[in-house]
Write a protein that binds this ligand. Sequence first.
Ligand code: PNW
Length: 451
Amino acid sequence: FPLEERAASLRLPEGFVLGAATAAYQIEGAIHAEGKGESIWDSFTRRPGVIVDGTSGETACDSYHRWSDDIALLREMGLGAYRFSLGWARMQPGGQGALNAAGVAYYDRLIDGLLEAGIAPYVTLYHWDLPQELQERGGWYSRETSERFADYAELAVAAIGDRVGHWTTLNEPWTFGWFGHAYGEDAPGLADGVKGGLAASHHALLAHGMAVPRIRSAAPGAEVGIVLDLNVVSPASDAPEDVAAAKRFEGVQNRWYLDAVFRGEYPADILELCADLLPEIRQGDTTTIAQALDYLGVNIYRRSVIGAGAELPPLSFARVNPPGRYTATGWEIWPRCIRDALDFVHREYGPKKLLITENGMATPPEVPGSDGQVHDPERARYLVEHLEHVAEAARAGVPVKGYFAWTLMDNFEWASGYTVPFGLAHVDPDTRDRRLKLSGEVFGRIARNTR
Ligand code: PNW
């Protein structure tokens, strides 16, 4: 793969935003520091056997103390934007009531540091770290959590919003809804099948809808959006049972969220198929969810090839892995997925503006070479190939205005612990010193050519 030439000839539109993304629990550490409350990831990671390498985010990248090193990496790459999340339990320990002053002060320092470096903060209010106290009162199975989220959003935005131009309510309700409540692989570890996935997803979407007007009133003029992980789905064969299974899978991964957010309704086929497994959906809920948004953030890593199977009845599907290139998380590398996802959402839902808010690849654990640097040409290639498709989509008229690589630096990859690094920078496991990998240098060159 002619990496240098392809990177050098990438042409992104003028004003296109290039950034990197992280999430609070994956990088901050300091889980007991200065008034922070317990989150569901703090408690989940203490359960034996749930994280493959037995680790947690207890120290992670120690970004609670080393945030200025994180800014230094962004600067070194010349990136114009940083997407990070607020730890809900760091900001508001029990999920309600007054904010934790030390938590607010931490994000104040980070935001001021970013602005001084000329880097725009893109702030996500919820990236999976629900306060444990709210979990004990029902978590995402309860409408109370939606209301608490809207309260928290307003307080958080009022506290730090004067310097933030871009807010995201939720990161990936599909992932935390289904992996946390249907499969039980992520916090809070509930394996309640379709019933759990749909209940958590509905209350999460409701939380989003309730929060948007509160954010707008606390930060007039700021952009507000949501981040969804979309998957382009192809049926494993032309057989009618595979085609139908692919449609069911696509219905819960894409349309459940997109139809609610952009059309104020849930997809009729899923409502009918899962009629006995639905949470209470009150009159007006889907109207609440369908707030006008300034952008849609899309996280995309792969495509999905789906056939009929045994997973999550009555969705009853199976994931098929066609021959090809795969990452260390077992995800197929199929760069065109990013173009197809952008085209699909632009054509079907027409959001005003689109951002790729995550895209990147995992490798097996990496060791720096004799020069002290990690050489990861396959990650650099992944980024370049995906960016080429983003550039094409933009040329074809899709309003995609930015791309954030997942992730700034190696961090705690949820149930996979530290076994599958995704970073543009390596983090020394003992000293926590950061160093750009080859991929970070390549991404930095692309950013400089784009600015
Ligand atoms: C995202 N899938 O999660 C999250 O937003 C990040 O926190 C995470 O580190 C990153 O992707 C890499 O995993 C996903 O099954 C989890 O396709 C699962 C999927 C996609 C994204």
